[in-house]
Design a protein around this ligand. Structure first.
Ligand code: ZN
Length: 432
């Protein structure tokens, strides 16, 4: 596949994945077609050298791995980490607001989205719903509305005269509820929402116990710019890195290389990773230890394997936007379509150190891929990612990298087509 085709595949993946739960289901769908076998954490694992496996924790975090034929204690794990969640809006437990003949859904802010970017968009709902099965158990299933169902209309400029000078602001409690219907006298407002859940899930209203619903933009991904060198979609941060990681792992030469390869895709990065399935939780250490034990290693050899491992934590990076030159560190502007970025921060907001950084640069050179180095402005707080968290948890050397993108945490983010192909190529060299 050329870079354009790889990005087409990425946009299709994102459009099929309007929530972190859907992202994991989309990845699973792909893996099942390629003979990957699902392991269950509640059962004991038997793993064969050369076998392909994955394990899912709580529907939205996933670890994919290929058991190597080389001595694991010596070769170590080659780990790619990324995250499945994106900042945005989530529906509150009692969501329906009924006033002035209009129904609205109350939302809670998840992570740090650019709130104004969610206004005037064709929004809808996707997530998971938990229900009581006919056998009396509790189970969950995915839920998605395809049609635009929700909207956050802006105030007209005639009522917000200073919007272009003061910026577009929304109060998180009082001004973010999403319009979804005209109230009618025939139906209670809360029943209207339950009826929607019933309609989309096929579950009887009395079976439905709870749900987690993400607000997403129904606008599909697209190429833009002269020669279509750029692309735009929601959730590029960080589904683009999940896609690049898996595309690299699935390359036939990589699969045949004999290394023990791991892609760890975590939920909850945008809210600090502190959960049973986040990068600060036990999911990755648990899985790596179980892989080692199932492959016949003892505790000592497992520790040797970790010491011989490297993790590349891939998350998106802030591309230079020439309209705002003062927002960037002038000596570290990173440019779209000029290659993957190594993120460096002396205060360890990024996990890269001199050696792990050097290994990634060397990989890019081997892959004949350009690379760039990013440092944040000294007078602005620097963001972070799963790299330092997962690295501290495991004790594995880690480098933080990512592709340049514009408008991180907007409902509509954009990036460069060439960079996606470059990142896949660099990650293939890592796994080989
Ligand atoms: Zn991210």
């Amino acid at each position: 596949m050329n870079a354009q085709q790889q990005v087409r595949d990425l946009l299709d993946f994102i459009d099929a994945s309007p929530s972190p739960w859907h992202a994991v289901a989309s990845l699973e769908n792909k893996l099942q077609k390629l003979a990957f076998r699902r392991l269950n954490e509640k059962e004991s694992w038997s793993i064969e050298a050369g076998g392909r496996y994955y394990v899912i924790r709580d529907d939205s975090s996933m670890i994919v791995f290929v058991a190597g034929t080389k001595d694991l204690a010596q070769s170590g794990f080659k780990i790619l980490g990324a995250h499945t969640d994106s900042p945005g809006l989530r529906i509150k437990p009692h969501p329906v607001l009924n006033s002035d003949q209009l129904l609205r859904l109350a939302v809670e802010v998840y992570g740090g989205p650019i709130l104004a970017s969610f206004s005037d968009r064709d929004l809808s709902l996707a997530g998971r719903i938990a229900y009581r099965t006919n056998e009396g158990n509790v189970a969950s299933q995915l839920l998605r509305f395809d049609q635009p169902l929700l909207r956050l209309p802006n105030l007209a400029i005639h009522m917000n005269r200073a919007v272009n000078e003061d910026g577009l602001k929304f109060n998180k409690q009082t001004e973010l509820a999403l319009l979804f219907a005209t109230a009618t006298e025939q139906q209670l407002a809360s029943d209207r929402f339950t009826a929607l859940l019933h309609q989309a899930s096929g579950l009887a209203p009395e079976q439905i116990l709870s749900w987690e619903l993400n607000v997403y933009d129904t606008h599909k991904g697209t190429f833009w710019g002269d020669d279509k060198v750029f692309y735009a979609d929601g959730q590029l941060d960080n589904l683009a890195s999940c896609h690049a990681g898996l595309a690299a792992l699935l390359e036939p030469a990589v699969l045949a290389g004999g290394n023990t390869l791991v892609c760890a895709f975590f939920d909850h990065e945008e809210i600090g990773s502190e959960s049973c399935k986040g990068a600060a939780g036990s999911f990755l250490p648990d899985a790596l230890e179980r892989i080692s034990l199932a492959m016949g290693l003892d505790k000592q050899d497992y520790q040797r394997a970790l010491a011989n491992s490297l993790m590349i934590s891939a998350d998106m990076a802030h591309a230079y936007q020439p309209n705002f030159p003062n927002a960037y560190e002038p000596g570290h502007k990173i440019i779209v379509n000029q290659g993957p970025v190594v993120k460096i921060n002396a205060n360890h907001r990024y996990a890269s150190n001199c050696l792990s950084e050097a290994i990634f640069i060397d990989l890019c050179r081997q892959a004949e891929v350009p690379f760039q180095k990013y440092a944040h402005r000294g007078d602005l707080p620097c963001g972070s990612t799963i790299g330092p968290i997962a690295s501290a948890k495991l004790g594995v050397a880690t480098v933080d990298v990512g592709n340049p993108m514009w408008a991180m945490h907007s409902a509509r983010e954009s990036a460069g087509v060439l960079d996606h192909g470059y990142m896949i190529k660099a990650l293939q060299h890592f796994f080989l």
